[in-house]
Design a protein around this ligand. Sequence first.
Ligand SMILES: [Zn+2]
Length: 697
Amino acid sequence: MNKLIVIISVFILISCNQVANKPGGSSMSVSSPDTKIEKAFISFRIGVSQWTSEKRCNELFDLFDKHKGATDEITFFHSVTHAPIPLDVFRQRAGILKVRMEQARKRGYKTGINILTTIGHHNENLDNSLKGNYTFMTNIDGEVCNGSFCPNDENMREYIRNIYQLTTQANPDYIWVDDDVRLGHMPIGLGCFCDNCLTIFEKETGAKYTRESLKKAMNEGTVEKKLKIREAWLQHNRITISRLFVLIEKTVHDISPVMPIGFMTGDRFYEGYDFDNWSKILAGPNHAPVMWRPGGGYYYDNNNNELVGKSHDIGRQVSVLPQEVVSVQSEIECFPYQRLKKAANMVALEACSHIAAGCTGAAFNVLSFYDEPLDEYEPLVARLQEARPFFDLMAKSLGRSALTGIHTFWNKNSFITGKLADGNWLSSGNPLVNHDIYNIGLPACYSGKNAQVTILGKDNIFALSKDEIKKLLSGGVYMDAETLQQLNDMGFGELTGFEIVGSENKDRIEKFSNHPLNGEFAGRERDNRQSFWKSQAYTLRKSDDKAQTLTTLIDYTGKEVSDCTMGVFENKLGGRICVAGYYPWIFMENLSKSSQMKAIFRWLSKDKLSGYIASFHKINLWIREPENGKIALAFTNSSFDPAKDIVLMLKTDNKTIKVYDMECKETIIQSSRTDGPYQRFVIPFVDSWQMRLMLSE
Ligand SMILES: [Zn+2]
């Protein structure tokens, strides 16, 4: 095992160097012949009940044939339940799939197998699932999940070798690994802390722990010590998944040397987010194509904030992938697939939204999992066929170019900062601040490399070195008051311009000062009702004469109780800082606050912000880094009201821009005026929950 770890580590090191040494970044690869994207990568994922009988499967093929273009790829699930299945059942299903895939190919589709359970998701259908001498996924308290197994268990690895051999021998065009390959499983939470995994950790680090002593080390002691052991554990998790992927890659490519392998992910903070290295492992020595399926949770359209939330999750996942990964199909899932749960229009928009955030296609998992006719699904398939030209136009125009704009800080180590002060690290959640800031027309960016402004929330900085923090503070940064305190405590006070001198958790209202960034909104108020939504309101003191107040605090009699709760400062490194001490992450959706925020972010970026929606609309905006001077961006009207006269401020010299609606109808818009380095484009009308693609001529 030790030898294997060394081999994997060397491989990872080589991969890292290859990435680091690669010149040019995104713009080179999209235009290179290998990675040019001519149309969207579109697939449907098909449940077992739809393919078991030949008659039913032919009906499915007929439906796709009737709506040509709705999909190019037909991907068959090997199982419908979420624990691994016995090998003999797997073998029997692989035999049927071999025939079904031949039939699909005859009709002109690419086709492959989606292995739903490599190690298993969770407890389901356990009576009919894999049994034997396998180690269950184990949490830090020794509790186990009976539907998911430790990927480091040798017997389990033998099972995995067998199922990937059977799958490859069925002659698919590609193989997908599902998102059960992760280290968090219901009902136990995060793993794997089985005895074998602890022994492996000891070999990696030289430190011997029991579950009890490891839990103590992760949660108690100095911040430095906690961060160190947590970081080592994330690295252990990265290696665990790498080790599994070495096995899968070798098994598949020994039989079929350039078989494309795809991997489905979510926001994988606890696993160490090592997508770039994992993708290189899956490519193997023959550089076989690797595909990716980034995912998240948006199953019904009764909360559409989850739609854009999922796009942000997906954008983050895509931002880590090497340029060679061109087939990036967002997971579009309507589980448990009841048609009325998500409108066909929303399914189509969802695919567009995730393409805007970085994908190059979509994998639709939206059809029935019963052995039943698909009549009720035909309007959905027809709608996706109708939307296909727009998917293609988006994928071709946006490619894999990088997103630019406002980066909600994260890195591969972000998870180590969870519940740092106290509590159980392994119960901490997503290490990011709320994304509401993107709902008012500010551009989302998912990688620090392309950030024009960085957003920092509490504890984020503990995933950074001091040099990295200093570099961040020499650019544009928006932060909450807790982060200000942490930066000052670390000795960065000279660069922040403010300090905290008080806080109150009730009855405070923010009032806009007479500062130019507040413009015509001086004197306006923002009351976020601390009695309803608990939050501290902080009083800041300027620690540098050049710091300036943007808002103060008043109480419910109108009396000023704090002369500064939000302010801006330009430090000696040229970095521009905004500290927000009153509801820094939510409730920005009124005219005065949203206008102020846009003015602040443009100021923070020193007019480098690639663009923003200056009018008062609920719009999500994604802007790509220009390639050869060509601008490409997309936005959604994320409101149930139509939007009229949307004002897009775009950093460009181009005075005209093309706008495409979801029917690919082109309109040319002229800039109405120039404002510094920005052109002002007015888009007359966008209907509710519709996307627009905009390209320079
Ligand atoms: Zn284990």
